[in-house]
Design a protein. Structure first.
Length: 647
């Protein structure tokens, strides 16, 4: 008997062992009892000058109603939450694909749910923990989130009004409350209720303000005098939160003393959240053809015409700057500004910088950035955005896949790059794929490496991850890891400078996922055959063509879907397939045209008739992939939806 593969053996061993009270996984860089956890995710976690970098921080001292997570009264809750977080990302759960990359999101949702249960059960929840909750609580939690987000699940408006009542104020008397807030210095420079005042009043973190959109709108009554609260109710998507609820249930099932709780009944929890799992019918926006064409044209023009001037400018800056060891970032910035005063910009670069400053000057959110932004930084941000557009679009890559490209290991001969695919692989390991890309994408990666080598002379690289990654960031502290959150900001700035506008004349706010979607839709529709779906599926790194078809359908109109399904059906009825539904559809087509063989018909005639049948809802045709050992067979599943014998 052959030995089991190491991965499968590890999976079976992990599945057979519940998470014990004393188990501390190797990815936890802190002690179990600590209130601040540092989670290290494989190669992202590293030491830079003795400081830990790349780890995810989980805070177990966040504010909760009446106190904090780490208060003595919440000791039981805290221990259970820590154990369930480990359970959700360790052993069989991790091997089944629940990546550590998602642990911060899991922790945030857990905090919201604990807050919800504390508000509902109070000291009873503190005494027994998750044992008190059941599927109804999960359903009510998701329903509340759907109605009004975290504002609703945390009952933030009620808590605010209780605070006002404790001060002897009528919450509905806006004038009196506004006067009290004025005397309490509660308003910030913009005339809005300060998040710091709210945090002190309600015992929450000021940083939570970003999660409380409807509550922030409610507080506007003290600015514009609005009396109604009805307008603040906004529908929030709950698909992600419902998936979290199922993971929570599975994790509880692996924790001793919690496996018998109602929340650990995975089947019941799955049933309770079913209604919340469907995403809205709102389709992800696809780049309009006019916007995409202009974007691609201008980005290619940038690499050919603007980038060479940037290299010359940076080289001149380096030659006009002097640095010394251990100087502060502010000193270095001053020296860059002094060097910029000595180096003239070419007309092209001067136009770009002036346009960036002019456009962003009118945006108050950019005012702090604009005031201290050097020309070196401005040009870098725009060049990084251009390079991301070209590599992300032409490589059909997700955001993180682009950010993970390494200049050392991932640049291959024959214009190929190694891409670590997300959402694939076993035991959290991401499958690597060699993707062919045009030469201009390779040139973008090379350009970033060239700029890095120039800037390193004034800003030495201390972080090895910055040295190895193709995409990195530049700020007043020097070169550093590029945060995911910065990418869309830089893309939006690029759109403003390139003056990309939609059909209504509004500036287009480009998002990274739109690049991948545009490639997919262009590839699929440009192929003019359903056979392009299999090639697209491979290029996108999907496990099977069904995932690709769902992705493509999301951005298609009903007419386009009908035409494509007709093309699928046409391909299968022309094939030797003798499955019952295929033979039935084939006979309907032959009977309609009065022929004995499809060879007597043109494919266009068949296509038009099949589209008509699809519009009537007579059948559906979708691609599926049959897996047999190491072989995969692409085929089309025909489903007869109504009696078409007399069609």
């Amino acid at each position: 008997m052959k030995l089991l593969p190491a991965e499968l053996k590890a999976f079976l061993e992990a599945e057979d062992q519940p998470i014990s009270d004393t188990h501390t996984p190797d990815w936890l860089r802190s002690e179990f009892r600590d209130y601040i956890w540092v989670v290290g995710y494989r190669k992202e976690f590293r030491l830079v000058n003795g400081a830990e970098k790349g780890g995810v921080v989980l805070r177990w001292n966040k504010g909760l109603p009446g106190g904090r997570w780490n208060d003595e009264a919440n000791a039981k809750i805290l221990t259970q939450c820590k154990r369930v977080t480990i359970s959700a990302h360790e052993g069989a759960m991790a091997l089944l694909g629940n990546s550590l990359r998602n642990i911060q999101g899991f922790h945030i949702y857990l905090h919201w749910f604990v807050e919800f249960l504390l508000l509902r059960y109070g000291s009873s929840f503190q005494s027994v923990g998750f044992e008190i909750a059941d599927s109804d609580d999960i359903a009510d939690f998701l329903a509340g989130y759907e109605r009004g987000g975290v504002t609703e699940t945390s009952q933030m408006i009620r808590r605010w009004e209780e605070y006002l009542s404790s001060k002897g104020l009528d919450p509905d008397d806006v004038t009196s409350v506004k006067a009290y807030l004025g005397l309490s210095l509660a308003f910030d420079k913009r005339g809005k209720v300060s998040s710091y005042f709210v945090s002190e009043a309600l015992g929450i973190s000021a940083a939570r303000s970003g999660q409380l959109g409807p509550f922030n709108e409610y507080l506007m009554r003290y600015v514009d005098g609005s009396e109604s609260r009805d307008a603040i109710k906004k529908m929030s998507r709950t698909a992600g939160l419902s998936r979290w609820a199922i993971i929570l249930s599975k994790a509880l099932a692996w924790v001793p003393d919690l496996s018998d709780t109602d929340l650990a009944n995975v089947d019941e929890i799955s049933l309770a959240v079913t209604v919340f799992r469907n995403e809205t019918n709102e389709r992800t926006i696809t780049l309009p053809e006019a916007v995409a064409s202009e974007l691609i044209r201008e980005c290619c023009k940038w690499i050919l015409e603007v980038y060479p001037d940037i290299v010359k400018f940076y080289t001149a800056i380096v030659s006009n700057i002097t640095t010394s060891e251990n100087e502060s970032a502010s000193t270095l910035t001053k020296k860059i500004l002094a060097a910029e005063a000595e180096v003239a910009l070419t007309p092209i670069l001067a136009g770009v910088v002036d346009k960036w400053r002019r456009l962003l000057a009118s945006n108050p959110d950019y005012a702090p950035i604009n005031s201290r932004m050097t020309r070196v930084f401005i040009l870098f941000r725009l060049h990084l955005a251009v390079s991301f557009v070209i590599v992300g679009l032409l490589g059909c890559c997700r955001k993180q896949e682009v950010l993970d490209i390494s200049t050392v290991d991932d640049i291959l001969p024959n214009r190929k790059i190694n891409v670590e695919l997300r959402k694939t692989g076993f035991d959290g390991a991401r499958r690597t794929m060699e993707k062919p890309v045009p030469q201009i994408a390779m040139d973008c990666i090379s350009s970033l490496e060239k700029i890095k080598s120039i800037l390193e002379k004034i800003s030495p690289i201390e972080d090895p991850q910055v040295r190895s990654k193709a995409f990195y960031n530049l700020n007043m502290k020097g070169m550093c890891v590029l945060p995911r959150s910065a990418v869309d900001v830089y893309l939006e700035e690029l759109c403003m400078v390139l003056d990309l506008r939609d059909a209504e004349g509004n500036c287009w706010a480009l998002r990274s996922h739109q690049l991948r979607r545009y490639f997919a839709m262009s590839f699929f529709h440009g192929g003019e055959s359903e056979n392009s779906l299999a090639a697209l599926s491979w290029f996108m790194g999907h496990e099977d063509v069904e995932a690709t078809w769902r992705y493509i359908k999301e951005s298609m109109t009903g007419k386009e879907i009908t035409a494509t399904e007709a093309a699928f059906a046409k391909s299968v009825i022309y094939s030797p397939d003798q499955e019952d539904n295929v033979r039935s559809l084939r006979s309907v087509v032959l009977r309609h045209f009065g022929c004995e063989s499809l060879s007597m018909l043109t494919e266009d005639e068949v296509q038009i008739y099949l589209e008509m049948l699809a519009e009537k809802g007579a059948y559906s045709a979708r691609p599926i992939q049959i897996k047999c050992g190491n072989n995969k067979v692409f085929t089309v599943l025909i489903t007869i939806l109504e009696n078409i014998a007399g069609a």
